[in-house]
Design a protein around this ligand. Structure first.
Ligand SMILES: [Mg+2]
Length: 311
């Protein structure tokens, strides 16, 4: 690290770590100690690298910290879980000094606090290479237990939160993990299967059908397209962006038609619209339907010619 030194930095971190009843021993000892939960424990991890997942020369490090925490919390949301704690490991470029570490921490801590997730430890190293930041998050199950990708059944609706596409215009760095929404959904509907949209709608729902052993027909006209997707202006259609762009970090989930109709009709989620965008079928595969015509949808997304051929 820079002039401050690792031990000074740990002291700095400890002063900024709020007490939490779930954390018996926080940062500063050889290991953190969490209060036993007596429930299944969920664990997820994600690593972000300068030059691959973001470009530090273009991005405020506070946003990088927010995203590093946010993507992990989004994976907990996808399981219907509540955050319990997180640890953070950082390889800092030596030239950046402690100011970078402090800015990253500001973003990590802000995102973690918004979703009630204490940061209980980690590791801070420096080297002569670009920034690498890895977060591991622990969670406890929501009211319906861990929600897997494998529970969708023929006849279920596929419902999605929010709107999709064009996240590269900025939303990909401003992740809004749907933790509270996933809990609220469980209070209002039986969730059969769920995933967060990180790789793109088509790719991620492909995981749902693979794991559930059934098929899915997406309804092109009901897919909620984000305004960012319409602003892309790169020759690809807004629908193509909604299907193929990654990092929306919305939830896609399978529910019975009865539960789905109630969720969509009453819009039970506060400030987060939900939309029915497809239905699961017995035949294995992934299709998209528009104007009564059904075509196979490859996991990587839209077949561009489809839309151009349409009347
Ligand atoms: Mg995920």
């Amino acid at each position: 690290m820079g002039p401050m030194g690792e031990f000074d930095f740990i002291r700095w971190l400890r002063e900024r770590t709020p007490t939490d009843p779930r954390v018996l021993v926080g940062p500063g000892d050889d290991a953190a100690v969490l209060a036993a939960t007596h429930t299944p424990l969920l664990v997820t991890t994600d690593m972000l690298m300068d030059g691959v997942d973001f470009r530090l020369e273009d991005v405020d490090p506070v946003r990088v910290g927010r995203k590093a925490m946010g993507v992990n919390l989004s994976d907990l949301a996808a399981m219907g879980a509540k955050p319990l704690a997180a640890v953070v490991s950082v390889a800092l470029p030596r030239s950046a000094g402690t100011s970078l570490a402090k800015q990253l921490h500001a973003g990590l801590a802000e995102m973690a606090a918004q979703h009630d997730c204490p940061i209980v430890g980690g590791d801070t190293n420096s080297w002569d290479k670009p920034l690498v930041i890895s977060v591991t998050a622990f969670g406890v199950p929501g009211p319906q237990g861990p929600i897997l990708r494998s529970g969708a059944r023929p006849g279920d609706w596929l419902v999605v939160t929010g709107a999709l596409g064009g996240s590269i215009l900025g939303r990909h760095l401003d992740v809004t993990p749907r933790i509270a929404e996933a809990i609220e959904l469980q209070r209002n509907a039986r969730l059969h299967a769920m995933i967060d949209i990180s790789d793109g709608l088509a790719a991620d729902v492909h995981h749902l059908v693979e794991e559930s052993g059934c098929g899915l027909v997406l309804d092109a006209d009901s897919i909620p397209i984000h305004d960012d997707a319409r602003r892309m202006n790169d020759g690809r259609s807004p629908l193509d962006h909604a299907l193929s762009d990654g990092e929306d970090f919305e939830l896609a989930f399978a529910v019975s038609p009865e539960d789905g109709a109630r969720l969509v009709g009453v819009q039970l989620l506060d400030k987060c619209p939900v939309a029915r965008i497809g239905r699961f079928v017995a035949e294995r595969g992934l299709w998209i339907q528009q104007h009564g015509e059904r075509r196979p949808l490859p996991p990587q997304g839209w077949v561009h010619r489809f839309e151009e051929n349409d009347p």
